[in-house]
Write a protein that binds this ligand. Structure first.
Ligand code: PMP
Length: 377
């Protein structure tokens, strides 16, 4: 009997694209030098990671020198937030204030919580409405005189909410132009790059987090867009790589794979066409799941929801049992963020929707262009 698997956990990670593997393989065979070395082998590797930098920069409408390679989105989020706070603490006398949301990935949420618990910052966590959405004015109305940073996720990895980054960016630009001190704007765009316009000028962001392994690139590589003139401190100390913001020999093979993965995402038009195709698969799952009266949808509907995400609560079963049953039936799914699997508590994101039912399982299905509909319940 053929053992068909349905991999429906593409927000946790994706398979490596064969063209990415090929690009990485070709590179590593030839360009193994350390990009900081001044001999030919080093300089050849350097030229290729800088070419990759230019190509990734183009995807985001940024300048090459505004792209900092990191070990992934977790590090990028830490660098963005802690870097801005550390710079402020070193150069200014006031305690900084950060605005973020209850929809953030743990690599933003827990960083801000830690900084607050240590007394390093004041922080506001903006709650979404019952549908998992936040309006721009709900963010902006929390700005104080000591606010230094606003960090808002672009697309929720758990419930698929698409947040109004562009509109927040516009309002913040107006706000900043009326003030002497500048409030910086960061977005975690890890789950957004697949379908949405991530041009940094259009979004009005100073800092933007991205990674590779959610778009069929390798794990352990990501980056942070840092707009020219944005002041932040490095998290680690060592060599002067990555414009003094991220010491350590670059993950050259990962960088080549990441650049290829971004190239393969194609134009915005291509990505929007993919979004339309995936939306049709999403609809099949949604219609089928919502026929069951034990199921309720978590998060928004329509264009406010990313086309690849489905998150539902299912009464009468616990999450671990459900995921194990689905796995045995050949379906790889998750309860939400892979970073907290093992926890029996509903996540802070589900709790923020205001209706957590501890006896209900949370099921997240995250689709890809080649996902096939399969009956879940
Ligand atoms: N932000 C978002 C929105 C994510 O989905 C993830 C991955 N779950 C991360 C950050 C962290 O990425 P990584 O584990 O690659 O550091």
């Amino acid at each position: 009997m053929k053992n068909t698997r349905h991999y429906l956990d593409n927000s946790a990670t994706t398979s490596l694209d064969a063209r990415v593997i090929f690009a990485m393989h070709q590179f590593e065979k030839k360009y193994y030098g350390n990009p900081s070395s001044i001999h030919r082998e080093g300089q050849e590797a350097r030229a290729r990671i800088d070419f990759a930098r230019a190509s990734i920069a183009q995807f985001f409408g940024a300048k090459s020198q505004e792209i900092i390679y990191t070990s992934g989105a977790t590090e990028s989020n830490n660098l963005a937030i802690q870097g801005v706070v550390d710079y402020h603490l070193r150069h200014k006398k006031t305690r900084p204030h950060i605005i973020t949301t209850e929809l953030e990935h743990h690599s933003v949420y827990n960083v801000v919580k830690q900084l607050k618990a240590r007394g390093a910052v004041e922080a506001t966590f903006v709650k979404p409405n019952r549908n998992g959405l936040i309006t721009p004015d709900k963010i902006l109305k929390n700005v104080r005189t000591n606010t230094v940073l606003i960090s808002v996720i672009f697309v929720s990895n758990e419930i698929g909410s698409v947040l109004p980054i562009r509109e927040i960016g516009k309002l913040l630009t107006i706000h900043n132009s009326q003030l002497k001190s500048k409030v910086l704007f960061h977005t975690d765009a890890v789950q957004a790059v697949k379908f949405y316009n991530c041009n940094v000028d259009k979004l009005g962001v100073d800092l933007l987090t991205f990674s590779a392994h959610k778009i069929h690139g390798p794990k352990g590589i990501g980056g942070l867009f840092v707009k020219t003139g944005t002041k932040l401190e490095a998290l680690m100390h060592g060599g002067s790589q990555e414009y003094d913001l991220r010491p350590g020999t670059q993950n050259t093979i990962g960088i080549i794979g990441m650049a290829k993965a971004y190239e393969l995402l194609g134009s915005l038009d291509d990505r929007q066409k993919n979004a339309e195709k995936i939306k049709k698969i999403q609809k099949l799952f949604l219609t089928s799941l919502l026929k069951n009266n034990r199921v309720i949808l978590n998060g928004p509907t329509g264009d406010d929801r990313a086309p690849d995400n489905l998150s539902v609560s299912i009464k009468g079963i616990d999450s671990d049992t459900l995921i194990a049953k689905l796995d045995l039936a050949g379906i790889a799914a998750s309860t939400g963020s892979a970073c907290v699997s093992g926890s029996t508590e509903p996540s802070h994101v589900i709790k923020a929707l205001g209706k957590p039912d501890r006896r209900a399982a949370v099921l997240r299905l995250s689709l890809d262009i080649d996902s096939k509909f399969v009956k879940i319940l």
